[in-house]
Design a protein around this ligand. Structure first.
Ligand SMILES: [Zn+2]
Ligand SMILES: [Zn+2]
Length: 142
């Protein structure tokens, strides 16, 4: 059973078949799915599930802090169930692949933020670059 479902049950979230299908889709390591991707996979489990239900549930899970919303700069919002461990993302600018990376970047936000009088409660960094496969592909093309 997925971690997410266990966490949601513990919070007393009512697990409907629709919610269960969505939670099952969002089970795994290194998972970053667009809303459309979640709809597509949820329909493999529960063919009748509507797009609106998936969107609403995703927004609810994000609001609850059980699913992270990741913005990679390329437009689409991605949903990430790895919400219990603070992490950053490596985003390949060639193939779009995303990887979680646990990195301690010093524990606090950069000092330059102090002058904005903004209380920082957390941050995550998107590292843009090339994944191993794309680096190899580029090297082979040369
Ligand atoms: Zn790549
Ligand atoms: Zn992630």
């Amino acid at each position: 059973m997925s971690d997410l479902i266990v966490r949601l049950r513990a919070r007393g979230w009512r697990i409907t078949p629709q919610r269960q299908a969505i939670a099952l889709v969002l089970d795994g390591e290194n998972l970053h799915l667009s809303a459309e991707g979640v709809v597509e996979r949820a329909r493999r489990i529960l063919p009748g599930i509507s797009m609106a239900t998936v969107y609403n549930t995703l927004n609810e899970l994000v609001a609850m802090g059980e699913v992270l919303e990741v913005s990679t700069g390329s437009g689409a919002r991605l949903f990430d169930p790895n919400a219990t461990h603070a992490h950053h993302h490596l985003v390949c600018s060639a193939c779009g692949e995303i990887h979680d990376v646990q990195a301690d970047l010093g524990g606090r936000a950069p000092d330059m933020l102090d002058r904005h009088d903004f209380l920082v409660t957390g941050y995550s960094v998107v590292f843009n670059g090339l994944c191993q496969n794309c680096q190899a592909r580029r090297a082979a093309e040369r």
